[in-house]
Ligand binder design. Structure first.
Ligand code: HAM
Length: 420
């Protein structure tokens, strides 16, 4: 224990658990790499205005949860609370939309920061794997992304998740709905804060979980009844494609999501074993975002999946990922001469592509064997003075317990053959 602790709402990933996080990140991104998405990385902080314009002034994320700072040079920056605005900014800056065919398909993985009230599944520093398909209005693209997320969760073995699907309409039909909803909400008995929200972001009021609010929302106008023909047809096509792919989803007309840039398709992946922080991922279409941040019209769609919550979902379902041991061979020298010889052998093994480790620190045999066990290595190589005099090492198979003398020169080949 030092004087310091991880800041409130954050936690460290340490071995052996950290291996699970790496495996989850890998599993969540694997379907994207396999489907034409290229990797993109952007800075951990951006101009504050990118988020206030992109994600929206009226959202909790921007109005309450951003970590903002003023640099010594006077720039107003924010630690990124999400990835979509940054990725689109970067794609526009690099002119990716002009270089090749649209859509530009990108994936990313990294840390995000929100000053939220910490609780299980809700952290101030968390990790996402995300995907953005920029510059095409095609229901197949929306369907592709939902199918790939479904595939990612399934390859991890998750079963108790559901896909919620909705359409938020576009710039033609949503304003008409918004007016109708505002009119309805203004008649209700609501607190000051919620009244303010009616003006700023009335759709979010539908999201209010409090029973006294929900009770009054019965009979509220629903967006579905206001969708224009183009939005309706688009949504039908997305639904048909999902059904054809065998992906089961639930229509959820109350799904509004906490970011302002969404248009048309929105979706969320919720896991039933996580309590109140049940969204393991979410996303949707954002046809107007590019213009909102000063770019050309580039209709786009994307999602982000939460790595932390996916790990919690695995735990909730009792799923143990099969993580291959990271070390195949552990070398235990007995004596100074053996140290030099085995250290050289470890280097040779590593250069030959075999994962190998060494008993550092010059402890006795007992301690070294403990480390060998803990490493999960399939083989240990032990050598003392007598072995070296005979030109051999003792190769022990930790699974079968069998031990054999192997000529020093033949060790690498022998191990490679046994591991193959
Ligand atoms: P989001 O719904 O805000 O969407 O976040 C996506 C996922 O990140 C959530 O479903 C959740 O799993 C995880 N997450 C969010 N906040 C926290 C937190 N405080 N602690 C732990 N996990 C968290 C977005 O971020 C959009 N950029 C998604 C998107 C991409 N839309 C279009 N493209």
């Amino acid at each position: 224990m030092s004087t310091f602790k991880a800041p409130k709402g954050t936690y460290d990933l340490t071995p052996p658990d950290s291996a699970k996080y790496l495996a989850v990140r890998e599993a969540l991104s694997a379907p994207l790499k396999n489907s034409g998405y290229g990797y993109i990385e952007t800075p951990g902080f951006e101009d504050v205005a990118l988020f206030s314009r992109g994600v929206g002034e009226s959202t909790d994320i921007v109005s309450k949860e951003m970590y903002t700072l003023t640099t010594k040079g006077g720039s107003e920056l924010a630690l990124r609370p999400e990835g979509t605005a940054s990725v689109l900014r970067a794609a526009l800056e690099a002119n990716l939309h002009k270089l090749g065919n649209l859509p530009v398909k990108l994936w990313y993985s990294g840390s995000y920061y929100r000053y939220e009230r910490p609780q299980k599944g809700r952290y101030r520093h968390f990790s996402q794997v995300g995907a953005e398909a920029i510059g095409a209005e095609d229901p197949a693209l929306d369907a592709e992304l939902i199918i790939l997320a479904d595939q990612a969760y399934r390859t991890l073995g998750l079963q108790n998740f559901r896909i919620l699907l909705n359409s938020l309409g576009d710039k033609e039909c949503r304003p008409v709905y918004r007016d109708a909803l505002q009119e309805f909400l203004r008649e209700l008995d609501l607190d000051e804060d919620t009244r303010r929200r009616i003006d700023l972001n009335p759709l979010r009021v539908l999201d209010d979980k409090r029973p006294e609010v929900q009770k009054q929302l019965v009979g509220a106008p629903v967006l579905r009844d206001y969708l224009c023909d183009a939005c309706k047809a688009y949504h039908e096509e997305v639904r048909d494609l999902l059904t054809a792919a065998g992906v089961v989803y639930e229509d959820d007309e109350k799904l509004v999501r906490g970011l302002d840039y969404y248009t048309r398709t929105t979706f969320e992946f919720v896991h039933d074993g996580l309590g109140s922080q049940s969204a393991v991922g979410g996303g949707g279409r954002y046809d107007g975002l590019s213009e909102m941040i000063g770019g050309p019209a580039l209709p786009s769609v994307g999602w982000a999946l939460g790595v932390d919550r996916t790990v919690l979902a695995l735990e909730a379902e009792g799923i143990e990922l099969e993580l291959p041991s990271s070390t195949s061979v552990f070398a235990v020298p007995l004596g100074e001469e053996a140290r030099r010889v085995l250290f050289a052998k470890v280097t040779e093994l590593r250069r030959a592509g075999v994962a190998a480790d060494f008993a550092f620190g010059g402890r006795g045999l007992k301690g070294a064997m403990k480390s060998a066990n803990r490493s999960g290595a399939r083989f240990t190589v032990v050598a003392g003075e007598r072995d070296l005099a005979d030109g051999v090492v003792q190769l022990k198979d930790m699974e079968s317990g069998e031990q054999q003398a192997v000529a020093l020169d033949a060790l690498v080949a022998e191990v490679q053959q046994k591991l193959a």
